[in-house]
Write a protein that binds this ligand. Structure first.
Ligand SMILES: Cc1cc2nc3c(=O)[nH]c(=O)nc-3n(C[C@H](O)[C@H](O)[C@H](O)COP(=O)(O)OP(=O)(O)OC[C@H]3O[C@@H](n4cnc5c(N)ncnc54)[C@H](O)[C@@H]3O)c2cc1C
Length: 249
């Protein structure tokens, strides 16, 4: 857990890259048949998939889905995540939670920029502690949790399960692994990418589909004039270290 935020790839389509390759071959291969799926080898995947993706035929990526568990991030973060519409989500309900007023940081995400200012940080913690206490007082007074939760700041930690196909994941990472994205959703995006990189079966798709921020995908930054100095180099180096290769663009 990093700052209390954890991301884990919990499940994905069986034989994901074989599935995508087999689907792609229906377009090009006259001898294609249903049973060919069982015969597809890693060598076939390596032979066909990078080439087809290189043509920009990305719809095939929709045949593999990945499911991630994300916990400890704020509702600020999940609100940004769920704006991505081509995905499935299940989130912890705030109707059945218990909060701990003795440990504010267990309940809320407090940004580092606030922690760097000790007086402000103390004020934040006091306010958050009061919010939990008032939440509990409201609940004890007989008000249902579904109404008591209105008092909680959006910094409250949450848990969410997200399932995305590889094409939408690429779109999501393009926008959210970028330095333009807010730090918490960016942290989640990179952790998702790290989870894929740790997985031998999935790892090659990072390079072949250029799963990463838009500068890696496109070879240029569409928001260049808005970006902080050094971002281009920094981001691409970070991606390279993770993917184990240079973006070939
Ligand atoms: C740096 C940054 C700042 C942002 N700031 C704001 C902000 O100030 N206010 C705000 O409201 N949002 C903001 N957003 C969110 C942003 O506007 C999008 O809602 C979010 O990134 C989801 O992306 P999306 O709509 O491209 O794609 P997704 O919902 O992930 O969909 C993927 C793609 O599918 C297609 N698609 C999906 N649904 C439709 C549809 N109904 N019709 C046609 N095509 C569709 C589009 O091609 C889309 O790009 C911000 C995002 C970023 C990255």
């Amino acid at each position: 857990m990093d700052g209390g935020i954890g991301v884990r790839l919990v499940n994905y389509t069986r034989k994901p890259l074989e599935t995508v390759t087999w689907a792609a071959l229906i377009s090009y291969w006259d001898g294609w048949e249903t049973e060919a799926f069982d015969r597809i080898t890693r060598k076939d995947v390596e032979l066909h998939l990078p080439r087809v993706l290189g043509y920009g035929h990305e719809s095939i990526l929709e045949h593999a889905v990945l499911t991630f568990a994300i916990e400890g991030c704020s509702r600020v973060c999940t609100h940004q995540l769920v704006r991505h519409r081509l995905a499935s989500y299940t989130q912890q309900s705030q109707r059945y939670i218990t909060l701990n007023p003795s440990d504010v940081e267990e309940t809320f995400v407090i940004p580092e920029s606030v922690k760097e200012k000790p007086e402000l940080y103390e004020k934040w913690k006091r306010l958050m502690k009061s919010a939990i206490e008032l939440y509990e007082e409201t609940y004890r007074a007989g008000v249902h949790q579904e109404d008591a939760r209105f008092i909680l700041p959006q910094a409250v930690r949450t848990k969410i399960v997200v399932t995305m196909n590889l094409r939408e994941l690429k779109h999501f990472l393009g926008l959210r692994a970028c330095e333009r994205a807010q730090w918490e959703i960016r942290k989640v995006a990179w952790k998702m990418l790290e989870e894929i990189a740790k997985n031998e079966e999935l790892r090659p798709i990072i390079k072949w589909a250029r799963l990463g921020p838009r500068c890696v995908q496109l070879g240029y930054c569409p928001e260049g004039e808005l970006m902080p100095p050094g971002c281009w180099k920094r981001t691409r180096e970070k991606w390279k270290a993770l993917a184990g290769s240079k973006p070939e663009v």
